[in-house]
Design a binder for this molecule. Structure first.
Ligand SMILES: NC(=O)c1ccc[n+]([C@@H]2O[C@H](COP(=O)([O-])OP(=O)(O)OC[C@H]3O[C@@H](n4cnc5c(N)ncnc54)[C@H](O)[C@@H]3O)[C@@H](O)[C@H]2O)c1
Ligand SMILES: O=C(O)C[C@H](O)C(=O)O
Length: 320
C-alpha cells in the first residue's frame, strides 16, 4: 500500500560556509529543522565542514543530511536560502566599508540561488545588511515578503543580554525590540523593553538605560575588536536559525526584520528593520508601531543613511 505522507524534508541552502554559515548549518541540523546544503567558493572547505557535521549526528541524535558543495545545482529546490557569503569587517572598519566587495558577491549569489530555487524564501545576513538585502531583492525580483535581512533579532538579543546582565535576571525573561538599520544608527526601543512584562524604565534609571542602548549600538564592533580576525557568529547564527524556524514551523513570530518598505513608517524604496510577522509564506505582515517623535526621527535618519548607501551600491554595480 502506498503512503500518502510526503517524504520530502525541507531543504535550507546556506551560501557562504564561513563562521556564520557553518554555525547556522549546525544549529539547523541539530534542531532537526531541515536538511542543509552549505555552498562556498572555496573548494573542499564546505565539503569538509559538512562531513564533520554529519559525523556528529549519532552523538547529537538526528538524521539530517548536510551536503557541502561549490555547485549551485546541488541547492535546487531549497525552501529557504540564506546568504552569508562575503567579507566580515576587521577592527577599525564600519560595516559600510564592506559595501564595494560584498555587493558583487551577494548579487551573484542571489542570482545563482534563485535560478535553482525559484520558490525559496531568502534571508540575507551579509553586511552592510540593509543594503545587501536591497540588492538581493533587486537581483532576484522576488516579492518583498519572500526576501528579508537578519539583523534586528541579533541587535534585540544583544539589548536583552545587556539588560539581563545589568539586572541579574534570566535573559529569556527580557524582551526588547531594536528597529532601523544594522549600524550605528539602529533604533533600540527602550520604552518597549520589559522584564516579564515590567517596563525596564521601572527597573533602571535613564543613565543606565542610555549606557545599555549605546553598548547595543556598538555590539558588533565590541566583538570585532575582541576577536580581531572577524565578527560575531554564534549569536548571529542563533538569530538566523530562529527566523528559519519561524518560517519552517509557520510560527508567525513577531520579529524585527529588515524588509523593503512601501510607505510603512512614511518610508519608501528602502530596506530597514521593522516588526514583521514571519511564517511559512515569509513576511505575513508589517506592524506599524505608534512611535514617539524622537523614535520616528531616529528611524528616518537611519533610513536616510541606508538610502545613501543603496545609491552608492547602484553606482558600484553599474561601473562593473
Ligand atoms: N546581519 C548580521 O547581523 C551579521 C552578523 C554576523 C555577520 N554578518 C556578516 O556576514 C558575513 C559573513 O560573516 P562570517 O563571519 O561568516 O565571515 P567568514 O569570512 O567566516 O565567511 C564568509 C564566507 O563567504 C565565502 N564567500 C566569499 N565569496 C563567496 C561567493 N562568491 N560565493 C560563495 N561564498 C563566498 C568565503 O569563502 C567565506 O567562507 C559578513 O559580511 C559579516 O559582516 C552579518
Ligand atoms: O559587527 C559586525 O561586523 C558583524 C555583525 O554585523 C554583528 O553585528 O555582529
Amino acid at each position: 500500500m502506498s503512503s500518502s505522507i510526503p517524504c520530502h524534508l525541507p531543504l535550507v541552502t546556506i551560501i557562504g560556509a564561513g563562521r556564520v554559515g557553518s554555525t547556522l548549518a549546525q544549529r539547523i541540523a541539530e534542531k532537526n529543522l531541515a536538511d542543509v546544503v552549505l555552498l562556498d567558493i572555496v573548494e573542499g572547505m564546505p565539503q569538509g565542514l559538512a562531513l564533520d557535521l554529519m559525523e556528529a549526528r549519532g552523538i547529537e541524535i538526528h538524521n539530517r543530511q548536510i551536503i557541502g558543495t561549490n555547485n549551485y545545482a546541488d541547492t535546487a529546490g531549497s525552501e529557504i536560502v540564506v546568504i552569508t557569503a562575503g567579507l566580515p569587517r576587521k577592527p577599525g572598519m564600519s560595516r559600510d566599508d564592506l559595501l564595494r566587495t560584498n555587493a558583487k558577491i551577494v548579487v551573484e549569489a542571489a542570482k545563482n540561488a534563485i535560478a535553482h530555487s525559484p520558490n525559496a524564501i531568502f534571508i540575507v545576513v551579509t553586511n552592510p545588511l540593509d543594503v545587501m538585502t536591497y540588492l538581493a531583492w533587486q537581483a532576484t525580483g522576488l516579492p518583498r515578503k519572500r526576501i528579508m535581512g537578519m539583523a534586528g533579532v541579533l541587535d534585540s538579543a544583544r539589548f536583552e543580554t545587556f539588560i539581563a546582565l545589568e539586572l541579574g535576571v534570566l535573559p529569556a525573561d527580557v524582551k526588547a525590540m531594536v528597529l532601523g538599520s544594522h549600524g550605528d544608527l539602529m533604533v533600540p526601543l527602550s520604552r518597549y523593553a520589559t522584564v516579564n512584562g515590567i517596563p525596564i524604565t521601572e527597573l533602571l534609571d535613564a543613565a543606565t538605560i542610555d549606557r545599555l542602548v549605546e553598548r547595543t549600538r556598538n555590539g558588533g564592533a565590541e566583538i570585532v575588536e575582541l576577536i580581531q580576525t572577524g565578527g560575531a557568529f554564534f549569536a548571529p547564527a542563533s538569530a538566523t536559525s530562529l527566523m528559519v524556524e519561524s518560517i519552517l514551523l509557520n510560527q508567525s513570530r513577531l520579529l524585527p526584520i529588515a524588509t523593503y518598505l512601501q510607505g510603512e513608517y512614511g518610508l519608501n524604496d528602502v530596506v530597514i528593520g521593522v516588526p514583521c510577522r514571519l511564517g511559512c509564506g515569509g513576511i505575513e505582515s508589517i506592524l506599524e508601531l505608534n512611535l514617539s517623535d524622537s523614535e520616528r526621527e531616529a528611524l528616518q535618519t537611519s533610513a536616510k543613511s541606508v538610502r545613501k548607501n543603496i545609491e552608492r551600491s547602484q553606482e558600484i554595480l553599474a561601473a562593473n
